[in-house]
Design a protein around this ligand. Structure first.
Ligand SMILES: Nc1ncnc2c1ncn2[C@@H]1O[C@H](COP(=O)(O)OP(=O)(O)OP(=O)(O)O)[C@@H](O)[C@H]1O
Ligand code: SF4
Ligand SMILES: [Mg+2]
Length: 322
């Protein structure tokens, strides 16, 4: 393994048990992440982005059915660790997460500083005084002054609450931060401020990010690499420039045509059809029922990853022999 590799995910799969059948939320996902890199994960609602991120930090819902693969963090497969070792040595300490919608689940009756200090007290047994003083430090780092630290969540704006949940994830000093839609539900100016904060924190704290977003236009600011998910699978992974210049999976192309980007003015086109059920996903290429260019082979055989160039892979037959 290269020394600068922080994370290597191999053949990671997750399924949930439901009354209608098992949901294959994450299927055979593999990728690597170097120290200091940001990988952005994009894809339509329900494609498995949150399942993947929560799976990496091993916070599974009760109806989890299957977890398979490897999560190699600095050379150690942390998926094979028992829960106690993972909790003591990995979760929050090595990797932290800002959960989707977390700013709306702050406890309304507890002061901000307490909520930020809590992970230290709970997970590390840090005494109250030390934890509070560290919480104030981290809050100030994310732009919340000490007078606001003493307030309750309802007294803060959306952007400030988002800063608070980022502080909660950072207080334990992790190397890897999983950010699940950290800017959704915020207005454009506030989104921009949070993106600038994330950029600053990454540099100051030498962080590595997995950044999940619906908003593709935001990714170019922060991401080094892009992963596109469709129906539980990564279908394309590439350096960020290639994602815009040379998208190589039909889904990536249609996704780019369907969203406004900062770089060009264009007519937006919607992707035909809707994402499939993950209880009985389509055979072959999971995108084939919606793909305008689908061929016979696409319906029966799962495409392999074709190498487009160094670090750029796409799982679409149209790249064969190119
Ligand atoms: N606990 C669960 N039990 C059963 N199905 C689930 C559970 N959690 C998620 N799912 C299903 O798994 C699939 C992936 O969901 P997930 O939340 O990971 O998607 P997502 O890409 O994060 O979506 P969004 O963009 O809306 O946040 C969806 O079909 C979802 O309905
Ligand atoms: S593999 Fe086939 S169905 Fe899938 S995106 Fe490529 S052309 Fe379309
Ligand atoms: Mg999600």
């Amino acid at each position: 393994m290269e020394n600068n590799n922080l994370l290597k995910v191999e053949n990671f799969s997750i399924s949930y048990r439901t009354r209608k059948g098992d949901v294959e939320a994450v299927n055979d996902v593999s990728f690597e992440l170097k120290k200091g890199e940001t990988l952005a994960i994009v894809g339509e609602s329900g494609c498995g982005k949150s399942s993947l991120a929560r799976g990496l930090i091993r916070l599974f819902p009760r109806n989890i059915k299957k977890v398979e693969g490897k999560i190699i963090l600095e050379g150690r497969d942390v998926l094979s660790l028992d829960e106690e070792t993972f909790r003591k040595e990995v979760r929050w300490r090595e990797m932290s997460m800002v959960f989707q919608g977390a700013m709306n689940s702050l406890n309304p009756v507890l002061k901000v500083v307490f909520q930020v200090a809590e992970p230290l007290m709970v997970h590390f047994g840090t005494d109250r005084e030390t934890a509070f003083s560290r919480a104030k430090e981290v809050l100030s780092l994310v732009g919340i002054s000490s007078s606001f630290a003493e307030r309750y969540p309802f007294e803060l704006s959306g952007g400030m609450k988002q800063r608070v949940v980022i502080a909660m994830a950072l207080i334990t000093n992790p190397k890897l931060l999983l950010l699940d839609e950290p800017t959704s539900a915020l207005d454009i100016i506030t989104q921009e401020n949070i993106m600038n904060l994330l950029k600053m924190l990454k540099k100051e704290l030498n962080l590595t990010y997995i950044f999940i977003t619906h908003d593709i236009a935001l990714t170019s600011e922060l991401a080094d690499r892009m992963a596109v998910m469709y129906a539980g699978e990564i279908v394309e992974i590439s350096p960020v420039e290639d994602f815009y210049k040379n998208p190589s999976h039909v889904y990536t192309k249609l996704l780019l045509d369907s969203v406004p980007t900062l770089r060009e003015d264009k007519d937006l086109k919607s992707i035909p059809g809707s994402p499939p059920s993950l209880i009985d996903p389509p055979s072959g290429c999971r995108f084939h029922p919606r793909c305008p260019l689908a061929m016979d082979i696409c319906r029966v055989k799962t495409p392999p990853f074709y190498k487009i160039k160094e670090g750029h892979f796409a799982r679409c037959y149209l790249n064969e022999g190119k």
